[in-house]
Ligand binder design. Sequence first.
Ligand code: FMN
Length: 321
Amino acid sequence: MMDWTDRHCRFFHRLLTRRALLYSEMITTGAVIHGDRARLLASDPAEQPVALQLGGCDPGALAQCAAIGEGFGFAEINLNVGCPSDRVQEGRFGACLMAEPALVGDCVGAMKAKVRVRVTVKCRIGIDAQDPEEALEALAGAVESAGVDALIVHARKAWLEGLSPRENRDVPPLDYGRVYRLKAAHPRLPVVLNGGIASVGQAPEHLRHLDGVMMGRAAYQEPWRLLAVDPQLFGVPVPFPDSNAAAVALIPYIERELARGVRLHAITRHVLGLFRGVPGARAFRRHLATEAVKASADAETFRDALVLINGGQAAPQTVAA
Ligand SMILES: Cc1cc2nc3c(=O)[nH]c(=O)nc-3n(C[C@H](O)[C@H](O)[C@H](O)COP(=O)(O)O)c2cc1C
């Protein structure tokens, strides 16, 4: 997610779940090819598995970027066919590619020919006046024929005419039934559901019909929920017993990154929702919001914020997400 799932966010989320696949922000092919590649694609090996999400519509450029992403250690290359922003529409990629399924198939085919890692697509169920039955079927058919490894479906339309990108995440109604029908019609195509999944506890019901679930805002805004992923969905032990232990485990990373010139706020802005609902959570957030932005902020600033949780006691956050 743009401006959210940068490398610091992913390192932090990886402390909360060893098993969930994490996603990068969308990075355009133009940025990968002409931009500061080392900065844009930087990640810590500990973050893996991470999917690199690309924005683009040129099969050759996407194949080149997929190979570059694979070289940087990403575990999956994902093509964005869901972003509704104007900037993306001008570039003829993102959600407007829902109207060009053959081109999306060519993009997938070109990337598959270039890399060994998984190549996936994230799409909507349709755009504007499209009929979701036809539009999603056309897209799924094209990418399945091209050998896509999974299709992640944000289960609502994007209305490119008249809605802002933010509104396009809430206003068009969710239609999980459409995604279930897609999977029933394409039993060999791995289909992952996205959109409106508010807790890890909601996943098992969807997993009766589908191959995976993707959590966006709930995972970012309330990252403590990720502690439930490994035990509840993968049947393996939770990496840390509670949010506080995970936060303490982040401190060596903070110290290392600060020594490299990173500002504390660049890391701790992703941690603000970790204690939501726990006594002291507001004081924790306020302390970081005011102190972590200062040039002098260091790991001690983060430790001071942690002391505000439960009056310094380890946070008793349950893993019942
Ligand atoms: C701040 C923000 C940035 C986003 N950036 C991207 C992005 O770069 N690529 C993408 O495929 N979706 C992006 N999305 C959409 C989410 O991935 C997801 O599809 C959407 O929020 C619905 O899922 P949710 O209800 O679980 O959040 C973004 C969403 C938010 C809130």
